[in-house]
Design a protein. Structure first.
Length: 403
């Protein structure tokens, strides 16, 4: 049974700090805004949605307690709508959409919302803790190193120097600026309002266009002290003894931005689409999640993408639009290297280096960006892929349907 994408909406992304445009918005209110918008835009009757699945990485305090169920209630979807909160680190939002599609395609539900939320200004990254990082026995057994060191390890192992990584960042900023100027996000981008209906943020707040490889070269590497003074470089070299020295090439300018945001994707069966007069924009074709070495951590999205494309019965050459989450510049470069893609084929509207990465929401957000781009370019297939903490990767193939 086909799982149709009816719509994909996201909030504007605010800088994830106290002065950010969404810092005064609680996570529950942030999650509710795209849910309300879906309900209003498509005249969804109360209690018609059979499940809300939201990714949320730091499920703690005001962002914890099964925020999906509470958001379903507060947003007015109906008290009969259950909700579940999931966490697979950075791919949580995409996994939520994949689970929604799986429910529909298996016949277990007809109308499901998948998405995600993360308020990084209010709930600090790493707040929920992890034995992977904090239990010495676990950390030693798994060669734990922080993600920034992993990104530098990827760059070192696969030959990406500082200039190449900075060029990815400059490109992301330039493409995002063009996409914003051309209003490519307008169909899916929601302004965020406060409780009094006053608009707080109507555009993504993180982009910093106008930079150059030369200006980025002045920034100090962000993870060199962490690697050299705290011993994480030594751990990486223990796992990869062929590497003599970790080259620290990542910094704030070529790594994903810390932001707040939420997204929601409405998935329907053919029966539900017809019953509620919903016009599908696309469909979920296939998905895949894989595991890889938890030390280097960030190299699995290409494997996941390849597997998802094969499950779809397609070839890599059939894919028109590629979205790879820009967690770090080296992630993008390794993804292209492994799949033999030209950099110009991926993230044509910019990525998380420019727009930001609201952890639990990002996967659903970039799925919506991919769908928008398929429609803009009048093409057919897209792949959405993300690297994931602890050595994982998730990818999804979607197909645009004729409007």
């Amino acid at each position: 049974m086909d799982a149709y994408i009816i719509d994909a909406l996201r909030t504007a992304r605010g800088r994830g700090k106290a002065s950010g445009g969404l810092a005064t918005v609680t996570p529950i209110e942030l999650a509710c805004q795209p849910l309300r918008a879906l309900k209003q835009r498509h005249a969804i009757p109360e209690n018609a949605v059979e499940e809300v699945i939201l990714g949320c990485v730091e499920a703690l305090g005001e962002q914890g307690g099964d925020i999906a169920r509470i958001a379903a209630l507060v947003s007015g979807l109906g008290e009969g709508v259950p909700g579940i909160q999931i966490n697979r680190f950075c791919s949580s939002g995409l996994d939520a959409v994949n689970l929604a599609a799986a429910k529909v395609s298996s016949g277990q539900a007809d109308l499901v919302i998948g998405g995600g939320v993360e308020s990084m200004s209010r709930v600090r990254m790493g707040s929920t803790g992890s034995p992977w990082a904090t239990d010495p026995q676990v950390a030693t057994a798994l060669n734990f190193i922080p993600q920034g060191i992993s990104a530098d390890l990827v760059a070192t192992k696969y030959g990406f120097d500082r200039a190449a990584c900075d060029a990815v960042a400059v490109r992301s900023q330039a493409l995002a600026a063009t996409a914003i100027a051309e209003k490519r996000f307008a169909k899916s981008l929601l302004p965020v309002f406060d409780r009094n209906g006053i608009e707080l943020l109507s555009a993504d707040e993180h982009p910093r266009p106008g930079g150059s490889v030369e200006s980025l070269a002045k920034l100090r590497p962000a993870f060199s002290d962490l690697g050299e003074k705290y011993g994480f470089d030594a751990v990486a070299k223990l796992r990869y003894p062929e590497i003599e020295r970790i080259e620290h090439v990542h910094h704030a300018g070529n790594s994903s931005g810390v932001v707040d945001g939420a997204a929601a994707v409405l998935i329907a069966s053919k029966a539900a689409a017809e019953a509620h007069n919903l016009k599908p924009r696309g469909r979920i074709v296939s998905c895949a999640s894989v595991g890889s070495d938890p030390c280097i951590m960030l190299t699995a999205p290409a494997q996941a993408a390849r597997q998802a494309v094969e499950r779809a019965g397609l070839q890599l050459s059939d894919i028109d639009v590629w979205e790879i989450n820009e967690a770090f510049a080296a992630v993008v470069l390794r993804f292209c290297q492994e799949l033999e893609l030209d950099l110009e084929q991926v993230n044509v509207g910019g990525g998380a280096i420019a727009l930001g990465h609201p952890l639990g929401a990002t996967g659903a957000m970039i799925l919506g960006m991919a769908l928008d781009e398929l429609e803009r370019s009048n093409t057919r297939y897209a792949v959405i892929a993300l690297c994931v903490g602890a050595g994982q990767g998730t990818a999804t193939v979607i197909e645009r349907l004729d409007s």
